[in-house]
Design a protein around this ligand. Structure first.
Ligand SMILES: [Zn+2]
Ligand SMILES: [Zn+2]
Length: 133
């Protein structure tokens, strides 16, 4: 699905905003334990935007954790409202992973695959037509 350019989004209170002048490189639903903890849910729906195409405004606080495959991951959230906004992974520094529901137009989000299905919780259901990676 085509996005409206630039892609825009932000946190719940509006203190953190972002814009990107590029289509997402890919979009995924991640069921890893870290995304479970960050989202408070069974998975995180994310889109990977080229880091150099992103303009981020407002204060973002980063919390460092280790991914299921050993990469250092930083979860970025708004210190005012607590909304998780994006993730950075040391394994793929060229991308910033934004949480899909932070988009101003989240209906355009179109996940392409499921990651870390091996960490899935038995109560977490996603589109069974999506390939697992
Ligand atoms: Zn906020
Ligand atoms: Zn994850």
């Amino acid at each position: 699905m085509q996005y409206m350019m630039p892609i825009k989004g932000g946190c719940a209170c509006g203190a953190v905003r972002y814009e990107a002048d590029a289509e997402p490189a890919f979009s995924l639903i991640c069921q890893c334990r870290q995304c479970q903890r960050i989202s408070g849910s069974g998975h995180a729906a994310q889109l990977a935007l080229p880091a150099e195409a992103v303009t981020l405004t407002g204060e973002v606080k980063f919390f460092a954790l280790t991914s299921d495959n050993g990469n250092l991951v930083n979860s970025g959230f708004c210190p005012n409202c607590g909304s998780p906004v994006l993730k950075k992974s040391s394994g793929v520094p060229q991308f910033l992973f934004f949480h899909a529901a932070t988009l101003d137009d989240p209906g355009r989000y179109d996940p392409q695959f499921v990651a870390w299905n091996s960490s899935r919780q038995p109560w977490d259901y996603v589109d069974p037509g999506l390939p697992l990676r």
